[in-house]
Design a protein around this ligand. Structure first.
Ligand SMILES: NC(=O)c1ccc[n+]([C@@H]2O[C@H](COP(=O)([O-])OP(=O)(O)OC[C@H]3O[C@@H](n4cnc5c(N)ncnc54)[C@H](OP(=O)(O)O)[C@@H]3O)[C@@H](O)[C@H]2O)c1
Length: 279
């Protein structure tokens, strides 16, 4: 069975019907995955109604959801995960599905302790652009995950954007600091640039429109180009021109150090929060 067939045949159970589950499910259904192969569990019936409306089975019973699953996606908040995991442990040990956890800071050691130590486990660190299928996720698998299961996990997560595999579980803290929190860094930049546009005499609508399209255009060019972002930057920086004046001002203000310190602060916090989540 190839990768395409596998994703279309796998039975996927989502535990927790919130933002991330919704993002993955809408990505999967837009890729043509049949609603018949999906089941969602959540204690709140109101959370389940939108899934039922599009033909996806929905239940308030987590155990029922995992009973016939090939993949279980744990998409609940980290604080409720220990209880959720212990409750389904017996069934998943029997059914032996691939488990994908998106819970921030919850290690594979804890997941194995709560669910059972013979399971194929993948940790995933997504980000909020997953909601518009432009997410960036970090993935880490334990050594029970087969090549086929890695491909399946990747295919599921990629329904929300792109993903990268990590070699060390600790790198998930770096992913949290870089792409997990990253959308906020770009939102902040957009806010600042839009405000400056207004100070220079543009309307706020006009300023924001220009800034947003510039952000999208720059990201798209950087994605599509074979050249390094630094080369793209140099190419639009004529000596003595406006871009050169701006970049010189940024460099004189040590912007690189400011950004690096901010991301390092996020990394330190991610490590701390992982430790707290484990206690
Ligand atoms: N959102 C992001 O961008 C993002 C990024 C990285 C990682 N994550 C991780 O993704 C996970 C989910 O985040 P989210 O934003 O999707 O959270 P969310 O929107 O709050 O979704 C979690 C859902 O789980 C439900 N739930 C609570 N207790 C449950 C139980 N015992 N059994 C089944 N479902 C239960 C919640 O219901 P109630 O609302 O009624 O409690 C809620 O509907 C978190 O662990 C988070 O760390 C999220």
């Amino acid at each position: 069975m190839n990768q395409q067939q596998r994703i279309h045949q796998a039975k996927l159970a989502f535990i927790g019907a919130g933002n991330i589950a919704t993002a993955i499910i809408s990505g999967l259904t837009s890729k043509g995955i049949s609603p018949d192969n999906l089941i969602v569990a959540d204690p709140a019936d109101s959370q389940l109604a939108p899934f039922r409306d599009i033909g996806i089975r929905a239940t308030q019973d987590n155990r029922e959801a995992v009973t016939q699953s090939d993949v279980v996606i744990l998409s609940v908040k980290p604080n409720v995960l220990p209880g959720v995991a212990r409750d389904i442990a017996k069934i998943v040990t029997h059914v032996n599905p691939l488990i994908i956890s998106v819970a921030a800071g919850i290690t594979l050691t804890s997941l194995s302790e709560w669910l059972g130590d013979q399971l194929a486990l993948v940790r995933c660190m997504p980000n909020t652009p997953a909601l518009v299928q432009l997410g960036a996720s970090g993935l880490y698998a334990n050594n029970r995950v087969t090549t086929e299961q890695r491909e399946l996990a990747e295919e599921i997560v990629n329904a929300t954007g792109i993903s990268v595999w990590l070699e060390d579980e600790k790198q998930l803290d770096a992913v949290t600091a870089l792409s997990g929190s990253g959308p906020a860094y770009f939102f902040y930049m957009i806010e600042i640039m839009s405000q400056v546009g207004v100070k220079m005499g543009l309307t706020s609508e006009c300023s924001r429109k220009l800034v947003l399209q510039t952000a999208l255009g720059a990201a798209t060019m950087a994605i599509q180009s074979a050249d390094e972002p630094a080369d793209l930057r140099r190419r639009v920086t004529s000596p003595g021109g406006t871009t050169a004046a701006a970049l010189e001002s940024m460099q004189n203000s040590n912007l690189a150090d400011i950004i690096a310190a901010a991301i390092e602060a996020a990394h330190t916090r991610a490590v701390e929060l992982s430790r707290v989540a484990e206690e």
